[in-house]
Design a protein. Structure first.
Lengths: 449, 424
């Protein structure tokens, strides 16, 4: 049985949500792991979406605000996952409304059956524009959607043993199934005259039985979603999103079995994931590079900073995650790809803006006294460093703690202040707690929190 | 009109620059950190003698509508609406081929012996997936996909252990797999002019800023393993180098086109100049241009014609700038795409994913002309695509040995016969 202390509870709330203030973490510690997981999973399916006027940035702002304030953070974390999985971009779709409808579909079906979600996405107008399926007609099939449906949405090119999951022949045949799936007045429309009703046969690699007539595409989405190779592909991706990349094979097989035993439902898979020892293992602390949205929303929720919502879309897009504008249909590559030089500097900019609380551009007001609340009045730098790291979920080695203590205790000669750091001095708290927060957030372990 | 709703606002607010005035960005002499200490490993250096600039064409360039086999009856037959037959620049020494109309400057450079066209480059077994094909090209490994990139492995041969120089530079937001190295440092910025290393917007504690920076550096140097080690090293190298790059002189006088590629090549010209002057040790750069995934309306004015118009204008400006810097003999541009496109056009006035395609080498150091046979449009692969005749790693081997003076076998994990498109 894995440990269940502040450290693990905080990690679960960060990964299955977006970070939490101390009192929420302490409550989760008291509740225990199973009941905490139940609470996280108990959210209502809603198709709430952005319905205002404005551009993609307005829609992104609405969504980020929802992530910041929601009492169902797992729901939004899942919507974010599906947005990256079925990556669709405004630059080609052009209509914010269509992407907002897609966003609402992800919210509605977030933890439901994947088979239902795949079918909904195949009928989603934004997706139909994005992957050219409106151009996919009997006389001139367009392969774009069919290819990505197998390569990126359900199977992957190869299975875990390196065998091809499908052939180019399958791409062409699957494309024929989706002929006539189009859009009319912003809604899904099926045009029977454009549909190729003939028989489609598939390779031994794909292993699907032949299909024909109307209903062939529905049969194929169901076949793909129920495939054991889809199960492996999807749980690996879910695990990478929530825990760490490249999970162990035995873990993948266990979770894939849960997926298949539950008729492709996502909720039981998530429950199994969150209750696995591996979910709070050393790898989980050491290998998950936070995405920009996780970093921004998580920091603000954890510190209970009150953001002016305005700049949030720009912060995350400057860090490389422009909501509603993934780089391509494969979504954001994630991991260390978030950490290229320019993106990393934007994270530092955000972190220092949040913690300094004085800059006119700052998105939030962070109260350093709140962070150290409850520590003994005479506490010095080691206790304060411990509190800052614990609050932010920064799993730093002892040498890093020592550097932070040294920083907190040392004051510049022209500061008019002298060390060592003490909680009794409000000027110490005002400067050095802010400094510790910024250093912790920008440290390697802060980027892995 | 396709327009990203984000784009204007992004230009308006460059977050990294906006605090520069308040913080009083120090103009630093190259090689000096904020505290005035000579960086470890940053000693006086001779400028890198030769530079390589990779030009990425994202999406799969239609090679047949770039270097056009305008007399090939199969081409004319398979491209009933998309074939290019007018305004072509016929190659004087190879009159079965012609450059498309927008390539007027490149046609001039071709005539002057500065443009080499390597025909039929690809690999086997092919893939029609953008993502898979990109990473095959970038890693230089069509089978297992190496975790490092071919450029990264080359840069590793230049970088001593604990190197704090930035050896490669991707003029982009993200970093290509090609630049992933074991220990060589690489940067990715769309532009570094004025970028600063953020510490603090807390103006009342101005006296603490140097200490925060020192603490950041110190905690980055704590020994680690795994992902944390990569992040620690990256943070340290950023901290050591950002001001150096941000304060490089800008001697570029040529007017570049105001396009994605024009801005990228302008930045590349500035970095080449700084490297030649010994301010930085960056010898491999990359610029990119997207939009080549032309499944529909490929021949629209804003489609394939505009892409090649952009490349033509930007490369010409780049060459003029290098010439005025006296650097034109020392820079090689290699332009490539993850695959070509299908011979037979589709029903949407577009072309689907293909296989072999031409690679372009541009600069004073090339052996101008066409290298390799004209594409065989009769004997296609099972998907109706042009079969490659030159493995892409032969192009890499040529560049590594013939231009960069490196051992290509070690970097490519095998021996590949060079293609003679470079002068000795």
């Amino acid at each position: 049985m894995a440990e269940w202390t502040y450290r693990e509870a905080s990690l679960l709330l960060r990964r299955a949500g977006f970070g939490a203030p101390r009192r929420d973490v302490e409550r989760a510690v008291r509740l225990g792991r199973e009941r905490t997981v139940d609470t996280l999973l108990r959210f209502r399916a809603t198709s709430a979406r952005f319905t205002g006027r404005g551009d993609a940035a307005s829609a992104a702002r609405w969504w980020l605000r929802r992530m910041l304030t929601t009492r169902s953070p797992l729901q939004e974390k899942l919507v974010l996952f599906w947005h990256g999985h079925f990556a669709t971009a405004i630059s080609k779709v052009e209509e914010v409304k269509l992407l907002s409808i897609q966003n609402g579909t992800f919210r509605k079906l977030a933890k439901g059956r994947f088979a239902d979600l795949v079918l909904a996405v195949a009928r989603d107008p934004a997706m139909i524009y994005w992957l050219d399926n409106f151009d996919n007609v009997k006389d001139h099939p367009n392969e774009n959607f069919a290819r990505e449906l197998m390569e990126l949405f359900t199977l992957g090119i190869r299975d875990l043993d390196g065998n091809a999951n499908y052939t180019e022949h399958d791409v062409r045949e699957l494309a024929r199934c989706f002929t006539g799936w189009s859009v009319d007045s912003g809604r899904f429309a099926f045009y029977p005259d454009d549909h190729d009703p003939g028989e489609k046969t598939f390779s031994a690699a794909l292993g699907a039985p032949p299909v024909s007539g109307e209903g062939d595409a529905e049969a194929m989405t169901s076949y793909l979603a129920h495939s054991p190779r889809c199960a492996q592909f999807l749980v690996r991706k879910l695990w990478a999103h929530f825990a760490y990349p490249d999970p162990e094979r035995a873990l993948v097989d266990d979770l894939a079995a849960v997926y298949l035993a539950n008729d492709t439902a996502i909720e039981p898979v998530l429950r199994a994931m969150f209750l696995r020892d591996e979910f709070t293992s050393d790898r989980a602390f050491a290998e998950h590079v936070s995405s920009p949205v996780e970093y921004v929303v998580g920091t603000l929720r954890t510190l209970r900073s009150r953001p002016k919502s305005d700049p949030l879309p720009w912060y995350v897009s400057d860090m490389g995650q422009r909501l509603y504008e993934p780089p391509n249909v494969a979504g954001w590559p994630g991991g260390l790809a978030w950490m290229t030089s320019v993106r990393r500097l934007h994270r530092h900019r955000f972190a220092w803006d949040v913690v300094s609380g004085r800059d006119r551009h700052d998105p939030a007001r962070t109260d350093p006294r709140e962070v150290v609340r409850g520590l003994p009045r005479g506490a010095g730098a080691p206790e304060v460093v411990g509190r800052v790291l614990e609050t932010l979920g920064v799993d730093a080695p002892a040498e890093v703690r020592a550097e932070l203590v040294a920083y907190a205790d040392e004051f510049a000669p022209d500061s008019g202040l002298t060390g060592p750091f003490t909680l009794r001095n409000p000027d110490h708290v005002e400067t050095k707690v802010r400094g510790l927060l910024g250093l912790a957030l920008t440290s390697p372990e802060g980027l892995l929190a | 009109v396709k327009r990203s709703a984000y784009a204007p606002a992004l230009r308006r607010r460059s977050l990294l620059r906006r605090g520069a005035a308040a913080a009083g960005a120090a103009a630093l002499a190259p090689g000096l950190s904020l505290s005035g200490v000579l960086l470890p490993g940053r000693t006086a250096r001779a400028g890198a003698p030769r530079h390589l600039v990779l030009l990425r064409m994202y999406g799969g360039n239609d090679g047949l509508n770039t270097v056009v086999p305008y007399t090939d009856p199969v081409y004319l037959d398979q491209r009933p609406t998309l074939r290019v037959t007018e305004g072509l620049h016929v190659l004087a020494d190879h009159d079965t081929l012609a450059l498309r109309p927008e390539m007027a400057s490149l046609a001039r450079h071709y005539a002057a012996g500065r443009l080499a066209i390597v025909q039929g480059v690809g690999y086997a077994p092919g893939t029609l997936s953008h993502f898979r094909s990109e990473v095959i090209w970038e890693s230089g490994d069509p089978v297992d996909v190496e975790p490092t990139g071919w450029i990264g492995r080359y840069l590793d041969t230049l970088a001593p252990a604990g190197d704090s120089e930035v050896r490669g530079f991707d003029v982009a937001w993200g970093l290509d797999h090609a630049f992933l190295a074991r220990h060589a440092n690489v940067f990715a910025f769309t532009g570094v002019d004025g970028v600063r290393f953020p510490t603090d917007g807390h103006r009342e504690a101005w006296w603490d800023a140097d200490r925060k920076r020192a603490a950041f550096d110190a905690l980055s140097l704590v020994p680690r393993t795994g992902t944390a080690e990569v992040l620690a090293r990256g943070g340290y190298v950023l901290s050591r180098n950002v001001e150096v790059f941000a304060n490089l002189p800008d001697p570029v006088t040529t007017e570049f086109p105001d396009t994605e590629l024009g801005r990228g090549l302008r930045e590349a010209a500035r970095l080449v100049s700084a490297s030649r002057a010994g301010h930085i040790a960056t010898s491999v750069l990359q610029v990119g241009i997207g939009g080549f995934d032309t499944h529909s309306d490929q021949d629209a004015a804003e489609g394939h014609p505009k892409l090649w118009g952009d490349i033509d204008a930007a490369l010409d400006a780049f060459h003029r700038e290098l010439t005025s810097q006296g650097a034109a003999d020392d820079v090689l541009v290699v332009a490539w795409s993850e695959f070509g496109r299908r011979v037979e056009e589709n029903g949407s006035r577009g072309t689907d994913h293909g296989a072999a395609a031409p690679v372009f080498a541009f600069g004073n150091g090339v052996v101008g002309g066409v290298h390799g046979d004209d594409p065989d449009l009769v004997h296609l692969d099972g998907d109706g695509n042009v079969v490659h005749r030159i493995d892409f790693r032969r192009v890499y081997a040529t560049v590594l040995s013939g231009w960069l003076g490196a051992d290509p076998d070690a970097i490519l994990g095998g021996s590949f016969e060079p293609v003679p498109f470079l002068r000795g």
